[in-house]
Design a protein around this ligand. Structure first.
Ligand code: SAH
Length: 374
């Protein structure tokens, strides 16, 4: 069998080039590109056979050379609260995607990298050794797989289930800028996955030099993983702060292209007991973000095995939230979702490395047994 190239994740220009390379005459290439774009991203076609309004010969010719393959689903887990987590495999690597249903909306939490280089002290993904950037196909593929599993086609449907995408899975999206940008262009395209840029949020730990470009070239909503409001503390829990300290980060937020009261920046703040949760921290928080159109998201810390922190006491979170509220910020405390399937914030990390090790152990043991005289 000859290898087929997947068209998922290509820009319209790249798609056109791929079609011409597969034998589509130049004069019909623009039309074919539009047709395929619509089938792939509005209707979620998984193969050419599904494209019933296109000539049979054309479909057969394409199917021999091209594919619409998505990442392979390794496992799908469904939490008691309806949250779903998929472990996906592509190019020999594994990564995770989470769907969080809420009344009237559904948010898909998408990964940008396998693993992460940032090593935030409270984040599980940072303990994973392997790191590689995901390709546009793998990023867009996460949305396709979720919509396939949820039966959520066409993407323009009135009651669609995936209404929002947040780049808050594994990895730092601003360290994979070009691929994230290419993928989000397809996610936000009204003729493709059709989520407007306002429904797409890019979350960063604070890669300051890329923030302006993100605003100009991607144009999504911005979330900042702030987590501390004094450099001494932020240096420890988000080590990237040593490179790009708070003042620079907050200046970049003030100047984020398009920021306004209608398009506020979300500041994420994970509540770590005795580390960043004092009432003085709360007062400092409202002080440092003064003047930035902002929302504040307080996230109860989600523990994982071996984590060096604990979640703040509930009463402390409430007192902290009250100070933030009184300063005029809505500060929803984000309820942890999908805890039973390790799908909550910061818990994404492929378990497969561990699993493979135990599979190897099992194989060794059975080989040993086979060698023993019976
Ligand atoms: N690198 C990007 C994208 C990851 S987003 C960023 O840092 O923004 C994942 C969000 O979950 C971030 O706000 C992260 O700080 C937060 N998070 C990570 N580990 C967590 C944990 N154990 N409990 C709660 N939130 C966590």
């Amino acid at each position: 069998m000859t290898e087929t190239t997947s068209l998922v994740g290509l820009s319209p220009d790249e798609l056109k080039t791929a079609l011409i390379a597969a034998g589509v005459p130049e004069k019909s290439a623009a039309m074919r590109t539009r047709q395929l774009w619509n089938w792939m991203y509005v209707h979620g076609a998984r193969d050419f056979a599904a494209m019933t309004n296109l000539a049979k010969d054309f479909r057969a010719q394409m199917a021999g050379r091209l594919s619409l393959a998505r990442p392979e689903i390794v496992t799908e887990q469904i939490s008691s609260d309806g949250t779903r987590k998929w472990l996906l495999r592509s190019g020999g690597q594994e990564f995770e995607t989470v769907f969080i249903p809420e009344p009237g909306r559904g948010t898909l939490c998408v990964s940008s990298q396998v693993g992460c280089t940032l090593n935030c002290r409270f984040c599980h993904t940072g303990t994973q050794k392997l790191v590689r950037n995901l390709t546009p196909a793998e990023i867009v593929g996460q949305v396709l797989v979720a919509r396939d599993s949820l039966g959520d086609w066409p993407s323009t449907g009135e009651n669609r289930r995936v209404t929002n995408v947040v780049m808050m899975g594994m990895g730092e999206p601003l360290y994979n800028f070009e691929n994230v940008k290419a993928a989000l262009a397809i996610v936000a395209d009204g003729d493709a996955l059709a989520l407007s840029r306002r429904r797409v949020t890019l979350s960063t730990a604070g890669v300051v030099p890329m923030i302006k470009r993100a605003g100009e070239e991607i144009g999504s909503a911005l979330a900042i993983s702030l987590h501390a409001v004094r450099d001494e503390i932020r240096d420890v829990i988000v080590p990237l702060n040593k490179k790009y300290p708070l003042k620079e980060l907050l200046d970049a937020c003030r100047n984020y292209p398009g920021v306004s009261n209608a398009r506020r920046i979300t500041f994420e703040y994970v509540m770590l007991k005795g580390v960043n949760d004092s009432l003085a921290d709360a007062r400092q928080l409202v002080k440092v973000i003064a003047g930035i159109p902002a929302k504040i998201n307080l996230i109860p810390f989600n523990p994982w095995p071996g984590a060096p922190y604990e979640c703040s006491e509930w009463g402390q979170i409430e007192k902290f939230a009250e100070i933030v509220n009184r300063a005029g910020y809505a500060s929803p405390v984000r309820t942890p979702r999908g805890r039973d399937i390790m799908a909550a914030c910061g818990q994404l990390k492929s378990e497969s490395i561990k699993q493979r090790a135990s599979e190897r152990m099992a194989q060794m043991r059975s080989a040993e047994l086979a060698r023993m005289p019976s």
